[in-house]
Design a protein around this ligand. Structure first.
Ligand SMILES: [Zn+2]
Ligand SMILES: [Zn+2]
Length: 251
């Protein structure tokens, strides 16, 4: 009994160590560590998507329901992936959706041929058919990225309980705003110390940006306009990156 418990504890500690190593690795790079994790995941998952997942139930029903993917991931699919798989995906969507549009046409015919009483029932069926046929549900890639982000947000909070990770985090550029608020949504008394560090780093990051904006406007003043222009000229680009993050889900 106790050996089973030891085994479980051993596995938990190994998982914990793996998480810490992964978070530390992500913090070595510039930019939001969660965005980076999502980008890396997307790169890996794109390979597996075209190798296998494109033909599996969950993915198939997602892209059929949605008539494909969100705008961002449609561009990604269009650019990468083999022609065969892309043809299969879009032909399956068509095979599933065309009959629904044909039903829609039959219902419109039935509507025009019906009397007033029957029209109410046809109209109800028509509305149901439209809502079934129209693009609905989330994008397959957006959804899997959201799951990845959620898992890494938890890993970050767990890893930030350790001093070595805290030191590394304080030297980092912090999180993008969407992931910053995703972390804050996990407020729990066990995480107060970690959240405090995250908010402190975020304030530092925002203050750096504010300084650059102030510098930009100062140099626009005729009294200082001869000063050489510097990184404050591109502060707006950093603001967009910070406020949007790399991975913005479609909705
Ligand atoms: Zn991010
Ligand atoms: Zn998407």
């Amino acid at each position: 009994m106790s050996s089973k418990r030891d085994e479980k504890e051993g596995l938990k500690s190994r998982l914990n160590k793996t998480k810490i190593i992964e978070v530390k690795r992500l913090l070595q790079h510039e930019g939001c560590p969660i965005c980076r994790a999502c980008d890396e995941y997307l790169e890996r998952s794109l390979f597996w998507f075209f190798a296998e997942a494109y033909g599996e139930g969950v993915a198939v029903s997602r892209y059929i329901d949605r008539w494909g993917f969100c705008e961002k991931h449609t561009k990604m699919v269009a650019k990468s992936g083999p022609k065969w798989q892309k043809t299969v995906i879009y032909s399956w969507i068509l095979n599933a959706k065309l009959p629904e549009i044909q039903v829609l046409h039959k219902l419109l015919e039935a509507y025009t041929e019906s009397n007033f009483v029957k029209r109410i029932a046809v109209l109800k069926e028509l509305k149901n058919t439209i809502s079934k046929a129209r693009p609905r549900g989330g994008c397959y890639f957006c959804e899997t990225i959201a799951q990845t982000a959620s898992s890494y947000v938890h890993s970050l909070l767990d890893a930030l309980a350790y001093q070595e990770v805290q030191n590394l985090y304080r030297k980092s550029t912090g999180l993008c705003i969407p992931h910053f608020f995703q972390v804050l949504e996990l407020f729990h008394e066990n995480y107060v110390q970690q959240l405090k560090i995250i908010v402190e780093v975020q304030i530092e990051q925002l203050n750096r940006l504010k300084y650059d904006f102030d510098e930009f406007f100062r140099k626009e003043d005729y009294r200082f306009s001869n000063e050489p222009k510097d990184k404050e000229q591109f502060a707006w680009i950093r603001a967009i990156k910070l406020f949007m993050g790399n991975t913005c889900p479609e909705d």
